[in-house]
Design a protein around this ligand. Structure first.
Ligand SMILES: [Mn+2]
Length: 311
């Protein structure tokens, strides 16, 4: 359906329940919050589902929209949710409307507003709010900036288009403080995270003229840095930052004595083929496995296997 058809559907309904996806990110959360704010401005009743996995960094942005209080006959709208196995923990039921930018959207909802050209759902919500309310409020603009910026790596990833930058520019014109939000989401980290990264970089070993880079994260490193799970986001991308890297291997020691590996590759080597040798799998450029070995042993075995794929 088109944005204006979707706006018509929303205008004709009330008592909205807005869903975000499992392990929620900035796009699903802040797009949902912006839509919730706009629906409330229109005099509608709207709430966001209390997704139990919302992390601390987003809580202050979405808190005022979360509610467990059910309205009667709720109209369920999902945001950034490609299929029904991404439903948030604690939700089951039917979805009336899915607003999404994943080309793989399975069509699980009764109606779908899909635009796979968009870098973030935030861009679709931006058009939709304009259609519904003519203008965006500063609050909505801030939420949409976070939604868009987090889904395109602060305008660094290849999904960033001219349209993405134009949308962001319009949000800045509405008064969004991009410097402050970028600092909060992309340029500041906990002391524990920085300490842990230091240890990880110190553990780095390079092989095959730097085409393979491997790091190990032991339980002792977690303990001495004071890092928790919240500090461990995207650690698997660290070895791949080295220029010339083709296969980046990150191995983490688990509490039960086993080890868990993440393998990231560029287009030249199949990460899932490497991991399948150890009972794992995944995508071509990002895969993982868990093995009954100490982390240094698993790292060594993965380096050896990756080396055989380079030839
Ligand atoms: Mn998204």
């Amino acid at each position: 359906m088109t944005v204006s058809e979707c706006a018509g559907l929303l205008r004709g309904n009330d008592n909205f329940l807005i869903l975000t996806h499992a392990r929620p990110d900035g796009d699903t959360l802040c797009s949902a919050a912006a839509l919730c704010n706009a629906l409330r401005r229109m005099g509608k009743r709207a709430r966001m589902f209390s997704n139990p996995e919302i992390t601390e960094n987003y809580m202050s942005f979405v808190m005022e929209y979360l509610s467990d209080e059910r309205h009667d006959e709720e109209y369920v709208v999902s945001i950034d949710l490609a299929n029904d196995n991404m439903f948030p923990k604690g939700f089951s039921g039917n979805v009336e409307l899915s607003i999404d930018h994943h080309a793989s959207n399975s069509g699980y909802a009764a109606h779908t507003l899909l635009d796979a050209q968009m870098a973030a759902c935030g861009e679709i919500i931006m058009s939709l709010i304009r259609e519904l309310c003519n203008e965006l409020t500063l609050r909505e603009a801030e939420l949409l900036y976070v939604a868009i910026a987090t889904d395109c790596g602060c305008f660094c990833f290849g999904n960033t288009t001219a349209r993405t930058l134009t949308d962001a520019a319009q949000l800045l014109e509405l008064g969004v403080n991009n410097g402050e939000l970028n600092k909060a989401f992309f340029r500041s980290f906990t002391r524990a995270r920085i300490a842990l990264e230091g240890m990880i970089y110190s553990s780095l070993k390079s092989y095959c003229d730097g085409a393979i880079n491997a790091v190990v994260i032991t339980r002792e490193m977690m303990r001495s840095s004071g890092a928790t799970e919240n500090d461990c986001e995207d650690l698997a991308s660290l070895p791949g930052k080295i220029r010339g890297n083709i296969v980046g291997i990150t191995v983490r020691e688990l509490a039960d004595g086993r080890s868990k590996a993440s393998v990231r590759t560029n287009r030249q080597v199949d990460a899932s083929a490497i991991c399948s040798r150890f009972g794992g799998g995944g995508h071509f450029m990002a895969a993982g496995c868990t093995a009954d070995m100490d982390p240094y042993e698993l790292a060594g075995r993965l380096v050896e296997t990756a080396g055989s794929y380079l030839k």
